[in-house]
Design a protein around this ligand. Structure first.
Ligand SMILES: Nc1ncnc2c1ncn2[C@@H]1O[C@H](COP(=O)(O)OP(=O)(O)OP(=O)(O)O)[C@@H](O)[C@H]1O
Ligand SMILES: [Mg+2]
Length: 384
């Protein structure tokens, strides 16, 4: 509500309107000479209070009142009926039609103003209550969505662990047979490729298993240096297939504070981002992987950039969703493959330490991931 209340006067007699307008010159006043006109003005003028004459041709005050109450946004509107008829039955009809008060003509202007002030205060309180209520409802909705989401992630974690467990045994068998065939035909390319693919599959399953593990709180250390973890991830990926094409790595490791947590969580989190960066440059003419670290107050910041394909704006929202991937499940020409769990688990790990992960990307140019982790000791929240 604005500071000066809006008052709409509905009365078919121009003389009455003029008198009331003169009384109420301290307020924002608009007038209507029929119930219909009043209803039309309700939406545009947005009155806080309506002074409504009862006896009007066409649509009388009771009917107008009922119609006003049916309109959206009229819940807190205060309607004061004005009439020369003072009989209790007539007044009751006004209340039944939805009026808040009734004033009998001729009235005392001071009493009318006093009533208006009371109703203005009341409406202002009700408006504030409605606003707070809306805010609370919004907060409850967001919290409920978060709970549903974390339950969904937990479920995904439990199901993937089960699926992976069931796939591991047959895969070991296939790998065993593939290695036997390779031993017997060591010069042939096909069994060699078969063994490679089995190893690749085993790596994927291990990765999924890692992603779905619970946090091991007992392993927490408070002296984790992020630089050797990042260096290790680069060297692991260097020997892997993804580095087959030449990637120029530029690092700038600042002297950062240590982090409190479980080492392999960070290895996994940053390994996922670095692997993605390399994979994104699969078809790029210029392949530059940049890794920079620095201290930012109580946070250790790691920026990982690439000159890869970039991410379309409409995809940015989805990349942290479990199982969201733009990569094929398998390939035989070296095209990177994916399960879509990398960034989901990275985000979960980083956020469980109270950290944040941000991404900026330009299609065709490349992507920057910025991860901030608090250096202060923090117990990781339970993870999927
Ligand atoms: N640096 C990047 N450049 C371009 N796209 C990226 C980058 N990082 C992530 N993406 C996009 O986000 C998607 C999700 O990444 P995420 O790591 O979760 O899964 P994935 O790499 O597809 O599979 P995996 O589970 O094997 O990691 C990718 O498929 C890719 O489309
Ligand atoms: Mg990935």
């Amino acid at each position: 509500m604005n500071n000066i209340p809006h008052i709409l006067i509905i009365d078919d007699e121009e003389g009455n309107l003029d008198v009331l307008k003169a009384f109420l010159s301290d307020f924002h006043v608009d007038t209507a000479t029929s119930g219909m006109e009043g209803i039309e003005k309700f939406s545009s003028f947005k009155p806080d209070i309506i002074l409504l004459d009862v006896m009007m041709p066409d649509m009388n005050g009771y009917m107008t009142c009922r119609k006003l109450r049916e309109m959206e946004g009229s819940g807190n509107l205060k309607i004061i009926m004005v009439s020369a008829a003072a009989h209790i039955n007539i007044r009751m009809m006004g209340y039944e039609a939805g009026a808040d008060d009734y004033i009998v003509k001729p009235f005392d202007p001071d009493e009318l103003k006093a009533k208006i002030n009371v109703f203005t205060r009341m409406k202002s309180l009700e408006d504030r209550l409605l606003e707070t209520n809306g805010e609370l409802e919004r907060m409850v909705k967001i919290r409920t969505e978060q709970l549903v989401e974390s339950e969904r992630l937990a479920l995904i974690g439990r199901s993937t662990a089960g699926i992976v467990h069931n796939l591991n045994n047959p895969l070991s068998g296939i790998l065993g047979y593939a290695e036997m065939i390779l031993n017997e035909h060591s010069s042939e390319a096909k069994p060699k490729r078969l063994v490679e693919l089995c190893h690749h599959m085993r790596d994927i399953l291990r990765q999924i298993m890692l992603n779905s593990r619970k946090s091991e709180e007992t392993e927490t250390h408070c002296d984790i240096d992020i630089t050797p973890i990042l260096k290790q991830q680069i060297s692991i990926l260097r020997v892997g297939q993804v580095f087959n094409r030449k990637v120029n790595v530029k690092t700038d490791f600042g002297s950062t504070q240590t982090i409190c947590g479980i080492g392999h969580h960070f290895a996994q989190a940053f390994g996922n981002i670095i692997r993605n960066a390399i994979e994104a440059m699969h078809e790029s003419a210029v392949r530059e992987l940049g890794i920079r670290t620095w201290d930012d107050g109580d946070y250790v910041t790691v920026e990982i950039s690439d000159t890869g394909s970039g991410i379309k704006e409409q995809q940015l929202e989805s990349i942290f969703d479990p199982f969201y991937t733009t990569k094929p499940a398998s390939s035989n020409d070296g095209t990177p493959t994916g399960t879509g769990l990398g960034l989901a688990s990275t985000k979960e790990i980083i956020e469980s330490y109270g950290g944040t992960i941000r991404v900026k990307s330009t299609c065709g140019k490349g992507t920057h991931f910025t991860v901030r982790v608090p250096s202060k000791c923090r117990k990781p929240a339970a993870m999927v």
